[in-house]
Write a protein that binds this ligand. Structure first.
Ligand SMILES: Cc1ncc(COP(=O)(O)O)c(C=O)c1O
Length: 389
């Protein structure tokens, strides 16, 4: 039997307390017990997002929540502006096309963040824009985008709604929905919320309802008006993935019990230690605007180095599972998370495993440099150690 060390930016390790909820007998969802679970998780997610808006649990992976957000605010023929910076943000454009929108793309090269002026210029050129679609942390590149500044650019230069995919960032990187002028935000269950895959949330700010009510209904399952109506009766319109929500309720208690500011601080420190370790090992990171939720790293370019061997060695020998590169970065990068249950020990061990796997894959290394650099970051912030939190 082998220990699996899931270091991917989703799915991620699930806390035991949360897993144990899955061991209980199934109970029905049209019950007062479900209504209180529903209310509790709605309140908790609104607190997490820092919004006065309403949050809806969607059964379906993160993409289902993205689709819910998009199809409820975009009518056929309307212009949308998609901030495209990698595999996941491109999905907004693909989805917009499917729903008949005129898609204007604001693209930056992979690894770069958006500048608010780019968005402001495009909005002035396209005053008819109905909604702008952004991404908090682009999981294919490891970039964090400046959502607060982008939100201001949208609000100051248009009447468009601002919709943000926070699937891999919310709960790890700072996110303040109302203060940052975000009208709809999307979360996934299997990332920083440490849940089982297959669930998500869509948060809707009060300002967005007028547009949602005016948008022609297309599709049945993801109609937010149905979700709003059912929520008045403290339930979902269709049978929810209740087990996912039960696990998430436990995790949300833990996150809010620690305090979201503390979670952001702890995650930022793990991210900083990881980056210091990667730099000390001598590998290049993909971006100068890194997310706190994850780090993406280029493989060495030497001909003697075998990236496939690196990925298989690190998994098969050490149980460390990383995510691979996508699109133009397929075979060029690996991606690791530092959110949720991942702790200092995971980071130190993973940096050691990276050094050994590099060696086995054809890049000689001086052992211990990565962990030493990360330890120095942790020593500086001695409060980082979990026992003192
Ligand atoms: C930023 C982002 N958006 C969207 C998705 C898609 O989510 P899912 O695979 O749960 O449908 C992911 C998944 O990794 C993601 O990281």
């Amino acid at each position: 039997m082998k220990k699996e060390r899931l270091m991917t930016p989703g799915p991620t390790q699930v806390p035991e307390e949360s897993l144990l909820t899955l061991a209980r007998q199934v109970t029905h969802h049209r019950t007062p017990q479900f209504e209180s679970l529903f209310e509790k998780t709605r309140r908790a997610t609104a607190e997490l997002l820092r919004t006065e808006g309403e949050v809806f649990f969607i059964t379906g992976s993160g993409t289902a929540s993205m689709e819910t957000a998009l199809m409820n605010v975009v009518a056929p023929g309307e212009t949308i502006l998609v901030l495209s910076s990698g595999k996941f943000s491109e999905r907004w454009a693909e989805m917009g096309e499917v729903f008949g929108a005129k898609v204007v793309t604001c693209a930056v090269p992979w690894g770069e963040p958006f500048r608010p002026e780019q968005v402001a210029d495009l909005l002035r050129a396209h005053p008819e824009t109905a909604a702008v679609f952004g991404t908090l942390t682009e999981t294919s590149t490891g970039v964090r985008h400046p959502i607060a500044e982008l939100g201001r650019a949208v609000r100051e230069n248009s009447d468009a709604l601002f919709v943000v995919d926070g699937i891999s960032g919310i709960g790890a990187d700072r996110f303040e929905m109302d203060a940052w002028s975000v009208d709809l935000a999307v979360i996934g269950s299997q990332k920083a919320l440490m849940g089982i895959s297959g669930g998500g949330f869509v948060a809707v700010a009060p300002r967005a309802w007028e547009k949602i009510e005016k948008t022609p209904r297309r599709g049945f399952y993801f109609d937010l008006l149905k979700y709003r109506k059912s929520a008045q009766a403290r339930t979902t319109p269709f049978t929810p993935a209740k087990s996912i929500l039960e696990g998430l309720a436990v995790n949300l208690d833990a996150i809010l019990g620690e305090g979201i500011e503390n979670v952001w601080r702890r995650t930022a420190l793990l991210a900083e230690a990881t980056r210091a370790g990667i730099d000390a090992i001598g590998l290049a990171r993909t971006t100068s605007s890194p997310a706190d939720s994850m780090t993406a790293v280029f493989f060495p370019e030497e001909a003697a180095f075998d990236p496939k061997r690196f990925m298989s060695e690190i998994h098969e020998r050490f149980g460390v599972k990383f995510a691979a590169g996508q699109g133009p970065w397929k075979g060029k990068i690996f991606r690791m998370a530092h959110f949720g249950l991942i702790d200092e020990f995971d980071i130190l061990g993973t940096l050691g495993a990276i050094e050994l796997a590099l060696h086995f894959a054809g890049r000689p290394v001086e052992p211990g440099k990565g962990a030493a650099a990360a330890q120095r970051v942790f020593l500086r912030e001695s409060k980082a150690f979990s026992s003192e939190n």
